[in-house]
Design a protein. Sequence first.
Length: 402
Amino acid sequence: MVTEDSIKDNMRLANPITNVVLLGVLVFFTITAVSILHVSIPDFFSEKFPGLTDFEISLYDTVLYSSYLIVGILTGLFSDRIGRRKIFVVIGSGASGLFFYLLTVAPNYTLLLVLRFCQGAFTVLTWQIIMTLILDISSPKNRGRNMGVFGIFLTLAMGLGSVVGGVLAKSGVLIPYYTSVVLSVIVFIMALLLLHEPKNLKKTPSLKKIILILKKHPKLSIPGIFNFIDRLHMGFIIFIVPFYLLEVLGLSVDLRGMVLGLYALPLILLSYSMGKLSDVHGRYKPLIVGSLGFGIVLTIIGVLGTYGLAVMIGLFVVLGVFASLTTPPAMALVGDIIPAENIAIGMGAFNFLGNLGIILGPVLAGMLMFNYVIAFLIAGLIELACLGVCGLLIWYYKNNPI
């Protein structure tokens, strides 16, 4: 008997790329709603809550990423338990829109942080389930292609968000927040009308399984450490750079957004090619070169950035090129280490360490902003220290195969 559900299932199987594009558009709007806010954080606090310390301001992003870590773990498990995906995207996007608006009317700093955590919780509820849906509708034969297409939308959102956010904030510090509300409502309507439940659900790994897989495959610590430090510096850069560009170079909010966008541009343009390069020349060479270059450039930004906007742009484009060398090979290395039947658990461990890093990034920035030269120097040395640890692990596992 042919039912409406079976027709929808067949349509999904017959047009898988259509569903991937739909999910890509949904995650593009979802991530853009968050990324357009970062560049104007200094202006937001100077207007709404003047007099706060740099560390107190850094907690605005720290509580956001903390919600990602905490709620991100629980979301997948709960979604698997009840066997539903769509309802989480609908609720998450609708509630995100509400909390984006409430951030603009928060009467005090403490409540602002509570609202920020709630906004992050519902945002991660939305985009994590969207990412899970990509796995649900993919087979081993098309998973790489689907994740590649999806990754384009994700990276574009992260890169263009800062640029668009800077332009919007020039018209008013709250305009980006109102835009985030609109984007969330668009995701809510699209999910409600166009999204369907997948026929088969892929299970999300539990924290216990993640710990067990790390014990069974300790070599996974190598891509995990690279992801931890990559995400730590993502949180560090997203938070500290707008303040640096404002206080040291005196740039307007739209130019600050442009600089962050130029940092993301190489990631958008080169990530796919760098991933293919690692298929030919191995994972470790681009990881080592990328991490070494990233660490060196990061240590000198605080000093050389004072020579003007052109120098700062050049430094961040080079930094973005080195970043594109590390991210794709690190993800691919997980697949090299972990057997196919445990790849979801391996990626869970990889992302868990990355989420820890992005929580600590803004905290590190907030603690070191008393001196930008020292802040970038220490951040770069942390990168180089982690590279040293990974180098020792690579040498150890090469000489002591597991």
